[in-house]
Ligand binder design. Structure first.
Ligand code: ADP
Length: 436
């Protein structure tokens, strides 16, 4: 038996004996017993009341007022639980304070958002970058203070894999990224990426300028090499071969400069919304097919299946770059006699351009890197085939401009499937379209 309960029992027995004897001495043992019971209950109730006052006390007293007995034990246990809880609270309070201190001095802005995107807390950097004031702005929806409809859409859409870019009127570029915290709360990180953007623009401009500047001298050199090759007497095979190789390399360089310029232009137009046309993809694919067949002397079969009523909204040049790069790659990486199927239609509401070939295929380890500039699976083979190594990088950037997505499925020796998915908003033409 617990010592507390033993003590209560002893007290109970002592009181009943004393009450009964006292009552017996007065000739009313029953009354004495009832009186003893009443005293026992009254004592217990008084202790209970003291315990209650202690529990609800504000500020709480440090030591419980009840000692000994069952109630004393309960009070001791409560006291130790309360002390433990207090210690834990103090520790977590210190941790939160330390975290807030660390967040407060960070150079990146941090905003804690509650339900309905209301500001719960923000650090000093968020104030500097977004103009938020804490604690004055706490409780306000962040979209009322960062007034950009696209930002409100970004927060509402819930796709936080990507960042939201905010260009300010003063030329400052901010990158905002939200992270979901539980069901209804978010953490918003804000970074100043102005310097990074400037560097990127400088790199792009440099590549574009140098490609542009190199074109004229290259055209002159290629022209003279051509003339020299024509004038060269046939009996100098070594010189003739050298000139032929020079001509070949000049053409490669021309293609390289053309692709570098195109890539710079596409990159520069990312985020632009102007220049969109309703492009008849089917007609465009017909002409690409003709050119691709001519390039391989008709040594591949290219089947074309597409819904002629469909239109894809976007910049014509970029759409053409996507289609032709993927079709020409299929021709390049498929042996003579191979079959290539090209299609354009609507699947699950999205526009889908797909090219399936039965060519050399690609090892899956290379697939994630194929859209990097100059990344090649087999360097020698792709140089032989006349590629510049920029085709899929162009496709990737042009697709970004069109809010599209590239999917590649391939196995070595089992051919490849390249599919470009376009959002429904960019497809026009028929009510219930389907791939024919
Ligand atoms: P390249 O000019 O070298 O073709 P790309 O950027 O167009 O450059 O393609 C990158 C690499 O992807 C190519 O070097 C090639 O190895 C691979 N590749 C692209 N398309 C195909 C395809 N249809 N079949 C097999 N490999 C392909």
């Amino acid at each position: 038996m617990a010592p507390g309960r033993g003590r209560d029992l002893l007290l109970f027995i002592a009181l009943t004996i004393a009450g009964t004897q006292l009552g017996g001495a007065l000739g009313h043992p029953g009354l004495g017993l009832a009186g003893a019971l009443f005293v026992f209950v009254a004592l217990a109730y008084a202790r209970l009341l003291r315990l209650q006052r202690w529990l609800y006390g504000n500020p709480p007293a440090s030591e419980p007022p009840v000692h000994g007995g069952t109630l004393g034990e309960v009070a001791d246990r409560m006291n130790s639980l309360r002390n433990g809880l207090r210690r834990e609270l103090e520790q977590s309070g210190q941790t939160v304070a330390r975290l807030r201190e660390a967040y407060a001095v960070l150079r990146d802005g941090i905003v804690m958002l509650g339900p309905e995107n209301v500001i719960e807390w923000s650090n000093a950097a968020a104030g500097e970058l977004l103009g938020l004031r804490y604690p004055q702005d706490a409780g306000q929806p962040v979209v009322n203070l960062v007034r950009d409809p696209d930002f409100a859409h970004y927060l509402g859409a819930g796709d936080f894999e990507r960042c939201f870019e905010l260009e300010e009127a003063n030329g400052r570029a901010l990158e905002l990224q939200a992270t979901a915290m539980g069901e209804r709360r978010k953490l918003l990180f804000v970074r100043d990426v102005t310097a990074l953007k400037r560097l990127e623009t400088m790199r792009r401009d440099f590549v574009a300028n140098i490609s542009h500047e190199l074109r004229t001298p290259l055209t002159v050199i290629a022209g003279y090499v051509g003339t020299l090759a024509e004038l060269m007497p046939q009996e100098s095979p070594v010189v003739a071969r050298a000139l032929a190789q020079m001509q070949q390399q000049a053409v490669r360089m021309e293609h390289l400069l053309r692709d570098l310029l195109l890539l710079s232009r596409i990159e520069a137009s990312e985020g632009d919304t102007g220049g969109d046309e309703q492009v008849a993809v089917c007609a465009m694919l017909e002409s690409i097919r003709e050119n691709a067949l001519a390039a391989c002397n008709g040594e591949r079969t290219i089947e074309l299946g597409c819904d002629a009523r469909l239109r894809l909204r976007g910049p014509r040049l970029q759409i053409e770059s996507i289609l032709s790069n993927i079709v020409f790659n299929a021709v390049r990486y498929t042996a003579p006699g191979g079959r290539i199927a090209v299609s354009f239609g609507v699947e699950d509401g999205r526009g889908v351009f797909r090219v399936v070939d039965d060519g050399v295929g690609i090892d899956p380890v290379h697939i994630p890197r194929l859209t990097e500039r100059f990344y090649r699976v087999d360097k020698s083979r792709s140089v032989d085939s006349g590629g510049t190594g920029l085709g899929l990088a162009i496709v990737k950037h042009a697709l970004k401009r069109l809010d599209g997505e590239l999917r590649i499925d391939s196995r070595p020796g089992a051919g490849s499937t390249f599919a470009c998915l376009f959002p429904q908003a960019r497809i026009e033409g028929v009510e219930t379209p389907r791939v024919s």
